[in-house]
Write a protein that binds this ligand. Structure first.
Ligand SMILES: NC(=O)c1ccc[n+]([C@@H]2O[C@H](COP(=O)([O-])OP(=O)(O)OC[C@H]3O[C@@H](n4cnc5c(N)ncnc54)[C@H](OP(=O)(O)O)[C@@H]3O)[C@@H](O)[C@H]2O)c1
Length: 226
């Protein structure tokens, strides 16, 4: 049976682009939204773009229920906790949350090339605190641009750094994301390291603004890898 991966905030830029790539990789994708109808509409749009892929859409709660193992969170920093809070008690044992949130300073009227400092140290730590303790939280995708994801015929040719406290949970994330053409997953360490990784995004946004592109990140000379 085809595995279903859920994307909360799947109607947005990163979530929708990721859903397209995951559908292409052979996963069924459920797109979660604050509005079930908006989730369903996004699923229809995605289905029209990826031949043979299965997309469904619904409320965030429905989307969490639909996920076999992986739930990806792709909402703005300002709405991260308000998205997660109503989902308390709705997670299933064995599910893993992949949090892509970056605490960009735009949340407080700042620039996308600046970061705000979450009280708990990182957006990932904030997600950890808002999700049932038995559910694993991994962070990642911070440097993957939505604009690159939707160019479906271009392989990504970049890395994503993931952070998390349990190797088994990071293995689930790595297995699913590695299905995306040209995306390599690099384990950056424990969840506490996410505060450093989240900081790479505003740096990359500045580089991208100066070069008018959507560049990503590549870690070189890893043993046994390309
Ligand atoms: N865009 C990128 O290239 C990129 C790259 C790496 C990481 N990220 C991170 O990924 C996350 C999502 O980024 P994005 O650009 O995809 O965001 P986005 O398009 O602005 O929003 C994603 C979805 O979140 C929901 N949302 C928006 N505003 C909300 C609010 N005030 N309250 C509750 N829900 C709200 C909306 O879904 P519904 O209205 O359907 O509920 C929206 O479609 C952010 O944390 C960002 O830092 C983005």
């Amino acid at each position: 049976m085809t595995e279903t991966v859920t994307v909360l905030g799947g109607t947005g830029s990163l979530g929708f682009g990721l859903a397209l790539r995951l559908g292409r990789a052979g996963y069924a994708v459920c797109l979660g939204s604050r509005d079930a109808e908006r989730g369903a509409e996004a699923a229809t749009r995605a289905g029209a773009l990826v031949d043979g892929a299965t997309y469904t859409g619904g409320s965030h709660a429905d989307a969490v229920a639909a996920a076999d193992r992986l739930v990806v969170l792709t909402v703005p920093y300002a709405s991260q906790v308000s998205t997660l809070a109503p989902l308390k008690g709705r997670w299933r044992t064995g599910q893993v949350v992949l949090d892509a949130t970056v605490p960009l300073a735009t949340v407080a009227g700042g620039r996308p090339t600046q970061l705000v400092q979450p009280w708990l140290g990182s957006a990932a730590a904030q997600a950890r605190a808002a999700i049932d303790p038995e559910i694993d939280v991994v962070s990642g995708l911070h440097t993957i641009s939505a604009a690159a994801l939707i160019e479906l015929d271009e392989p990504l040719e970049q890395d994503t750094l993931i952070c998390g406290d349990r190797r088994e949970a990071k293995a689930v994330v790595a297995e699913v994301l590695s299905g995306i053409d040209g995306l390599r997953v690099v384990d950056a360490g424990r969840l506490e390291v996410s505060r450093l990784v989240e900081g790479i995004t505003p740096l990359l946004i500045g580089i991208n603004i100066r070069n008018k592109t959507h560049a990503g990140l590549r870690i070189t000379r890893l043993p046994g890898r390309v």
